[in-house]
Each structure stands twice: as structure tokens, then as C-alpha cells.
Design a protein. Structure first.
Length: 447
């Protein structure tokens, strides 16, 4: 009833008669639907921490940017803020009621009928929104190449945790380095689109909520939630309807990038847990990553890249010397295999060469020096937002946009994705040569 009291304080004349729970990002918000004495419903969202409060402030800017003309062209309603109430450094928001209800993913798929068609139409409407409204609100904006580079930086950061299976790192890196995959036209992106933000009424999408991560970026991010759909035909109808209503040409690699976003959301969730020093979140992320890697290895699945992930060749080297006979009382030990490294990244600033400790010998091999630059700011009110996605949880995203911003906990994709051996090889270096890695500080765009 605390939220009901907040709603009454935020909206003059509102007399609460009942309250019920509402789905939301549980790590970031407390939400409820309040029913007044006239039977009208109001949605209440209260942030749990300052970062979540900033996301709601961002959403307020976004909702105000929907002019009456823009709202009239959309095939769904956009909620509006009816009032707010301040509690310390946090502010609770009350939204006007929109007809309909949110459905669980399985229930949404089971609805069938024209629901997937209407979802595709709604997504097309979002992506065709004028980009000027995002620019006026000073929200994050990325070109296709900037978006790909940001993902590469996030991959480097995730790799430094040492908690992601090497096969997944190689799989994601290969897809990110396939430049043909990333030739898309940036559009307005919702950034936290999933079933909990789609209000369904009478077989159609009556409203879209959760506008905290709006940005200009990759439209594939808004399709990541569909990777978890068991009925492929449902996702196919959504995509077909989307292409029909979209004003831009068909993007042939849209669903490949969506699958990558869904998988990569698990890595973003892990990084968020490490940053928060949350042992439970880290353990949960590790478990989901191991399950994903196991599923890919056992079942295969959708190819992320348009090019087949190559199988690394065996490293060349001098013929092995015959083994020495074991002496009594001794036991031979295998040399541990070094984990594969993420390849060097091209950054906006020049990379200084590694400084050798001594002159290399003539037969010294190349040294693979890995650059793991810091991650960009994530979504929210920062200019460099980008989440989650895969939203960890319920995002943008693009903070996952929602890292920088808090994002929704990601879901392990039910549709199995394909993995393979890495094309990245670790070159051998002479023992006499050592290098010192010089960290690269990535410039923050828009700061």
C-alpha cells in the first residue's frame, strides 16, 4: 500500500481503492497498478536506487518528446506521466492508465491470431520515429560502425573477467569482426523491448511502455527478446510484418545481430555483477553462460556470422624431442594450455607499441598483445548509452544499452545457437622476449 499512498500524493484527487502488482525490472524498480474509487487504473514506478531514478528521469524527457503529431502516427498509445513525488534523492512516477495487460512470453505466443502481426507493426512504428526527437532529448546516438566498435570494447571488458567460456568469446568476436553483418541503417531504438513492455488488448498492441533506454542505434537490439520464443513461426510472422510496415529496405542480417545481442546480454549481466560485487549475480551469470556454451556445443544452432567460423590450424613448430625416460620417484606433468586471447582492437587513439625488455632473437615469433580498453558509458541519460539488451535484464541497451543504465536480467535463448572453433590463434613467442601492455583509454563520445 506504500505505492498507493505515493500515487495519492503524486496525483491530486486520486483516491486509491485497490492495488495489484505489475511486472517490471525487479532489481531496479518497485511497480504496481493502483485502482482509484472511480475504477480508473494508474501505473506507479518507484526506483530502488539513484541509477534507476535517472532512468525514469530520462523516460520523462522521452515521453515529453512525443508530440501530438508523432503520437497520432503510431499504431499504439504511449503513456504519459500524471504526476511525481520526491522521496529524498529518488522520485516516484505515476502514469496514466492505458487499456490492456502484459502477458508472459508463452501466453503471448499462444494468443496467436493477429498478435504477432501487430507486434511487428508496432516495432516498425518505433524504428520509423523521427531521429530528431532523440537528438533534441540529447540521448545516445551511434552510427553502425560506432555501435560495432562499442560492442567490441564491451567484449574486451567482459573477457577480462576470466569467467566467460573461451568458445563464446571466439564466437562473438568472429561475428563482430564480420563487417558485412554491420552494414545497417541506424534507427530510433526502444532499447528495452520485450513482452513486459507490450500492452495487449483485443488481440493488438494497445500501448508500449518502458521508454527509459531510447536511442539511435541498431534496430536488431529490439528483436533480441524474440530469440527466446520457442515457436519459430511466431517470430517469423513478427519479422514479416515488420518488413511490410517498415519504411527502410529489408535488413538481411537483422536476426543474426539479434541473436548475438541475446547471447551477449549474458556477458553484460556478468560485467554488471562484477562491477556491483554481487556474488549471486555473478554466479547466476556464469551458470547461464556455461549453459549457453553447452547448448551450442551439443546442439548447434543459428549462425551469428555470415562467414563460417574457421577451425584453427595446428601451430607450426620444431619437431618434438623424444621423451626422456622417467626416473624413479618422479611424475611427468603437462604444461597448462594458455587461454585464447581477444585480438587487438582498432581504437580512436593510436596504440603505442609494446616495449621489449631485450632485443628479440632471430627466431622469436610474434607476440599477441591484447588490448582490453574500458567499456563506454551505458544507456540511461548518458550520451554513450547502449543494454540490455539482452537487458541484462529488463534494456538500451542499448545501455544495456542497459550497463551505465541498469538493464533487465537477460534470458538464456531457448533457440540454440551455433558455435565453433576459433579462428584466433595464439602465436608463440621466444622466452627471451617480454612485452609490457600499455592500456588504451577509449574516448567517450558526447562528453
Amino acid at each position: 500500500m506504500e505505492l498507493a499512498a505515493m500515487a495519492s500524493a503524486a496525483v491530486p484527487g486520486l483516491a486509491p481503492a485497490g492495488v495489484s502488482g505489475a511486472p517490471d525490472d525487479a532489481a531496479d524498480f518497485t511497480s504496481a497498478v493502483v485502482i482509484d474509487d472511480a475504477g480508473k487504473q494508474w501505473r506507479v514506478r518507484s526506483p530502488r536506487h539513484p541509477e534507476a531514478s535517472m532512468r525514469l528521469e530520462t523516460e520523462l524527457l522521452v515521453l515529453r518528446s512525443f508530440s501530438p503529431g508523432i503520437r497520432a502516427e503510431l499504431p499504439f498509445q504511449v503513456p504519459s506521466v500524471a504526476g511525481t513525488v520526491q522521496q529524498g534523492e529518488l522520485r516516484t512516477f505515476v502514469y496514466n492508465h492505458v487499456p490492456g495487460a502484459t502477458l508472459e512470453l508463452e501466453t503471448l505466443v499462444a494468443e496467436g491470431g493477429r498478435v504477432p502481426t501487430e507486434i511487428g507493426r508496432a516495432m516498425a512504428g518505433i524504428h520509423d520515429l523521427p531521429q530528431a526527437m532523440v537528438d533534441r532529448a540529447d540521448l545516445p546516438s551511434y552510427t553502425a560502425d560506432e555501435f560495432r566498435q562499442r560492442r567490441l570494447n564491451e567484449l574486451d571488458q567482459a573477457a577480462t573477467t576470466g569467467k566467460i567460456p573461451p568458445a563464446l568469446l571466439r564466437r562473438w568476436e568472429h561475428a563482430l569482426e564480420d563487417v558485412t553483418l554491420w552494414k545497417f541503417n541506424p534507427s530510433v531504438v526502444h532499447g528495452d523491448l520485450h513482452e513486459d513492455n507490450l500492452v495487449i488488448w483485443d488481440g493488438a498492441v494497445s500501448a508500449v511502455t518502458g521508454w527509459t533506454d531510447l536511442r539511435i542505434g541498431d534496430p536488431a537490439d529490439d528483436f533480441a527478446w524474440l530469440i527466446a520464443v520457442h515457436e519459430q513461426s511466431f517470430a517469423d510472422v513478427v519479422l514479416e510484418s515488420y518488413n511490410k510496415y517498415r519504411k527502410e529496405p529489408v535488413d538481411p542480417h537483422l536476426m543474426r545481430r539479434a541473436a548475438l545481442a541475446a547471447e551477449f546480454a549474458l556477458a553484460q549481466w556478468l560485467v554488471r555483477g562484477v562491477a556491483a560485487e554481487d556474488a549471486a549475480m555473478i554466479a547466476e551469470a556464469e551458470e547461464m553462460l556455461q549453459e549457453l556454451e553447452s547448448d551450442i556445443r551439443e546442439y548447434g544452432g543459428q549462425e551469428l556470422s555470415s562467414e563460417k567460423l574457421p577451425v584453427p590450424a595446428a601451430p607450426a613448430g620444431p619437431p618434438a624431442a623424444p621423451p626422456e625416460p622417467e626416473r624413479a620417484g618422479t611424475q611427468s606433468a603437462e604444461r597448462p594450455v594458455a587461454a585464447p586471447l581477444i585480438s587487438e582492437r582498432v581504437t580512436a587513439e593510436p596504440i603505442l607499441p609494446a616495449v621489449p625488455s631485450k632485443t628479440p632473437t632471430a627466431d622469436a615469433g610474434p607476440v599477441n598483445d591484447t588490448d582490453t580498453g574500458p567499456d563506454d558509458k551505458e544507456s540511461g541519460t548518458d550520451k554513450d548509452a547502449g543494454g540490455s539488451g539482452l537487458n541484462p535484464p529488463k534494456e538500451d541497451e542499448p545501455t544495456a544499452d542497459r550497463p551505465g543504465s541498469a538493464e533487465a536480467k537477460p534470458k538464456t535463448p531457448a533457440e540454440k545457437t551455433d558455435g565453433g572453433a576459433s579462428g584466433t590463434e595464439t602465436a608463440a613467442a621466444d622466452d627471451s622476449l617480454t612485452t609490457t601492455a600499455i592500456p588504451i583509454i577509449e574516448p567517450r563520445s558526447g562528453s
